[in-house]
Every structure is written in structure tokens, then in C-alpha cells.
Design a protein around this ligand. Structure first.
Ligand code: BGC
Length: 411
């Protein structure tokens, strides 16, 4: 890398509970994975068994030089039935956070990374009039228990994900283009423990922005009542670019999928930016990358400048500091991951040197993971996982990124 990050800038890896822990049986996603005509390619099953193997993984992340770990608390483990909290599960996450900090990894804790308890989804999920109260009750109990071990807090991961999918072009969570929401709804009705009101994860119709903004505000207050740390939410920040002549159309897409959500962050300590690619907006709306464009294994264009573009845009709309809470490459070709990430980081470091207020970078993701609808057929991992033995084999990119992380002076 030609450009360096300033003292205090932290570099680490991002993860999400359902995608690596395994055995998240009381969640809505687990139920959806098991319906007869599921839209999921695989069952999450044991995933990477991070639930049991986290001590080794924390040591490995710190050992290669990383300085931060983002992980999510699985709501359905902590509150398996409404109002009944598991002290053992809360202790589990507290031990994980404490071990990270003891190993020199800053903790970035996500309170909801899409999955919700099956009971919450069954009573209408986020459409239930009591949804926000339910979420805040869980956040309140969890924040109280983890207080002191949290460095940065994220209330909701990509609440705008369904809107990004709706404006077109896919580009999210491994989802194929198409009416994913409908497919999931259909599948969800076939699960024995659900009713017609079953609303899983982030897939529902209605005023999502209003509902999530309220959940975010009240969750932020709940966290801050226990611990004085920066709190924000993380947004899917696709770098939408206009094909010449279609600037208005691109602005409308950007407004719908990103801008309105970034405006909510104006009251926050920071905004979490998640960027993987850019999307051109032209005559047909959001376009697929033209034939011949270099793409990753999910068909997303390899366009290193999108990260800095997205960070710049998020900072300009929100007026708040940025943390890159996800960025990565879907590929088994580790040299591609390394080269693409290096180019993106170089551009980011240059922008930070010029004054763009970005505080940290979390690479998606530490381990081979359950990539939602695409299951285990693709990967973003810095570390390879053997799915039969759970053995970890760090790829060269893990030590490479750790070297950059360790090279940044402490703030
Ligand atoms: C999500 C992750 C996902 C990643 C890659 C992000 O939108 O937060 O859970 O694995 O994209 O698809």
C-alpha cells in the first residue's frame, strides 16, 4: 500500500452470529431454511461452529495482527421465548467480548444482524405494533449485561437491505435478483410452527424506514443508559452512479435506497458503511454489470473506488464520522481478494489523509461463512474452514490485512 492510515484508525474483521455460530435453532432463518421448498440453497447447520470455537478464532484474529472484531448477538439465543432471558447465553457473549478485548481486539457489537427469534417472526416480526418494544427490551437486557466489554455498538445491520433489493439489481446478501420477499413469504407459510402472520428477518412490506428508525433511536437510548460508547446503525451503501443522461433517475434510486437512511444517522455518533460494489443506473434503472466487466462470484462488479465513494457520500449526508463496518470480495481466489482490497484500502487511506472522517475498517469476513441464500457455495473469508473437521486455514490475505492493521500506530 502506498498510503498509510492515521494513528488510532482500527482495522479488523466483521462477522455475524447466524453465519458462523451454527445451531441457531430458535431463529426465523433456521425455520425458513427447513421449509420443504426453501429458497435457501443449504441449511446453516453447524456453520463454522464459532459458538464453540470462538476462543481459538479470537486468538487467531489477534495473532495475525487484527485490531478489531465485529460480532453479533443472536437474539433468539438470548431470549428464546418472549420475556425469558438466558443468563448463560448472555454470559457466553460477555465472555466472547471480554476475550476480544484482552487479546487487543476492539469489540464492535451488533445487536441485530437480520435474524430474529422464531416467536418474534411468528407474531408478525417488525410489522407487529409491539415490535419495537420487544426489540428494545432485548437490547436493554443485553447492553446491561455486556456493558464494559463493548467498544462500538451497532443497533441494526442493514435495515435498508430490502429497499436496496427492491430498487433492483440485487447486490445484497447473496440474494438472486427477483421477488425474494414473495418467495420467502410463500416458504414461510409452509413451516408448521408459523402462521400467515409470519414475517421473517427484514422481509416485509410497509414503512420500513419509519419502523427501523424508531427501533434504532430507542435501542440507542437503551444502550447509552448502560454504557457510554459510540452507537450507530450499519447501512448497505451501494455506490450508485448515473449513466450519462440518467442523473435524475440515479438520484431517485440513491435517495430511496441510501440517502433517506443516512439522514437518520445525523443524530448518531457514527454511521456504519457497508459497501461491496457500485451499480450503474441507466435507461433500465439499476443495471447489471455489462458483459466483460470483472465481477466476483456473486456477479458484483470489482470496482475498488466504490468503498471510498460510499464513505464520502455517507459522511456528506450524515455529517457524522464513518466506520466501514463491512467490505469484502466474494471469491475463493485469495490473490483477487488481496489485490482488490489493497486497491480499495489505498484509495480510502488517501481520502482519510485528505480529511474524510473514517475511524476504522472491518473486512467482511473472518471465516468462511453461511452466505444466506447462497449457502456454502461461495465465500468472503480471510480464513478457510474445513466443513467436515472445522479446521481453520488462514489464507494469505489474513496475515496481509493483519500486517496493515498492526502497522497503524495506536491513537
Ligand atoms: C450482510 C452480510 C452478508 C454480506 C455479503 C451484507 O449485506 O450484512 O451478512 O454476508 O453482505 O453478502
Amino acid at each position: 500500500m502506498r498510503n498509510a492510515f492515521p494513528p488510532g484508525f482500527f482495522i479488523g474483521a466483521a462477522t455475524a452470529g447466524h453465519q458462523i455460530e451454527g445451531g441457531n435453532v430458535a431463529s426465523d432463518s433456521w425455520a425458513l431454511e427447513h421449509v420443504p421448498d426453501t429458497v435457501f440453497k443449504h441449511h446453516s447447520g453447524d456453520a463454522a461452529d464459532f459458538y464453540n470455537r470462538w476462543p481459538d478464532d479470537v486468538a487467531m484474529a489477534a495473532g495475525v495482527g487484527l485490531r478489531a472484531l465485529r460480532f453479533s448477538v443472536e437474539w433468539s439465543r438470548v431470549e428464546p421465548v418472549p420475556g425469558e432471558f438466558s443468563r448463560a447465553q448472555l454470559d457466553h457473549y460477555r465472555r466472547l467480548a471480554a476475550a476480544c478485548r484482552a487479546a487487543g481486539l476492539r469489540t464492535v457489537v451488533t445487536f441485530n444482524h437480520w435474524t430474529t427469534p422464531l416467536w418474534f417472526a411468528a407474531e408478525g416480526g417488525w410489522t407487529n405494533p409491539h415490535a419495537v418494544d420487544r426489540f428494545v427490551r432485548y437490547v436493554n437486557v443485553t447492553a446491561a449485561h455486556l456493558a464494559g466489554e463493548i467498544d462500538w455498538a451497532i443497533t441494526l445491520n442493514e435495515p435498508n437491505v430490502a429497499t436496496v433489493a427492491a430498487v433492483g439489481g440485487g447486490g445484497v446478501g447473496g440474494a438472486a435478483v427477483g421477488d425474494l420477499g414473495l418467495a420467502l413469504e410463500h416458504a414461510s407459510r409452509r413451516h408448521p410452527s408459523t402462521t400467515g402472520s409470519f414475517k421473517p428477518m427484514m422481509l416485509w412490506d410497509g414503512d420500513q424506514l419509519g419502523r427501523y428508525a424508531e427501533a434504532h433511536r430507542r435501542a440507542t437510548e437503551a444502550i447509552k443508559s448502560h454504557v457510554d460508547v459510540p452507537v450507530g446503525w450499519s447501512l448497505a451503501c451501494v455506490d450508485y452512479q448515473a449513466v450519462p443522461g440518467f442523473e435524475e433517475r440515479a438520484a431517485a434510486v440513491r435517495d430511496q435506497a441510501v440517502t433517506r437512511w443516512l439522514e437518520v444517522s445525523r443524530d448518531d455518533d457514527f454511521v456504519g458503511v457497508q459497501n461491496y460494489t457500485r451499480r450503474l443506473v441507466g435507461a433500465g434503472g439499476v443495471e447489471k454489470p455489462p458483459a466483460g466487466t470483472p465481477v466476483d462470484d456473486l456477479g458484483w462488479e470489482l470496482y475498488p473506488a466504490s468503498l471510498t465513494n460510499a464513505a464520502r457520500y455517507a459522511a456528506s449526508v450524515s455529517g457524522r464520522p464513518v466506520v466501514i463496518t463491512e467490505h469484502g470480495v466474494c471469491t475463493f481466489d485469495d490473490s483477487l481478494r488481496l489485490e482488490h482490497t489493497g486497491r480499495a484500502l489505498d484509495l480510502l487511506a488517501a481520502a482519510v489523509a485528505e480529511g474524510l472522517d473514517v475511524r476504522g475498517y472491518l473486512h467482511w469476513t473472518l471465516l468462511d461463512e453461511f452466505e444466506w441464500f447462497s449457502g456454502y457455495d461461495v465465500t468472503f473469508g480471510l480464513v478457510e474452514v474445513d466443513w467436515r473437521t472445522f479446521e481453520r486455514r488462514p489464507r494469505p490475505s489474513a496475515a496481509w490485512l493483519g500486517g496493515i492493521a498492526a502497522g497503524v500506530a495506536a491513537g
